[in-house]
Design a protein around this ligand. Sequence first.
Ligand SMILES: [Zn+2]
Length: 235
Amino acid sequence: MQLGFRFDPAKKRFMRLILIGPPGSGKGTQAKLLSQRLGLVHFATGDILRDESQKDTPEGIRANQHMRAGQLVPDELINELVNARFNGVQKPSKFVMDGYPRTLAQAVYFDAVLQKQALEPDAVIFLKVQDEEIVRRNGARWTCLNPDCRATYNTITKPPKVPGRCDLCQQLLFQRDDDKPDTIRKRLHVFHAQHDDILRHYQKRSLLVEVPGTGDIEVIYGNIVQALTRSSDPS
Ligand SMILES: [Zn+2]
């Protein structure tokens, strides 16, 4: 059977991954683990943009303007920034992408970038978590009102000793807009609208591997490694 990617965790030789997961799925944490344990360069779009916006390059200044206005940075600007990192002597041979590509246009562009550098991706991992599970997990987050404390709690995994009160300073807890179920559902809606196309795109290229994204961090990491190993086994 012809497979689009190869994986050999023992030899750690593999290793161009694109990690896709809904917001709040723990994708960033898994990307970090993959990077540390498999020696991959971690490309987090958020980091790239923060990095760039601190420089006085034309791209950095443009990225900054969009972010300050609370807008999404346009495809073409992100594409340029990613392309720059995959060109020249510093280009990585092993990497995990985290947050890019996030539109079909970016995915198509990225295909071309990698092809030009002879760095075909080995696999695209989709961390699959049900929407309601994400709402449940992330909608349980509460933050201390005290601006000097800002401790965070999770009513499922790390509840305060007294409901609604901070353990550290006894101030009231509140729910940030970002943690409200309605906001989370809206973000998930945007994610699905953009990513269904991307997932189909990689499925056609036989690169897509679906991994259950539930359980604790190590369980999910184990699922990823297992899925990659299994999928690359030709038998
Ligand atoms: Zn507090």
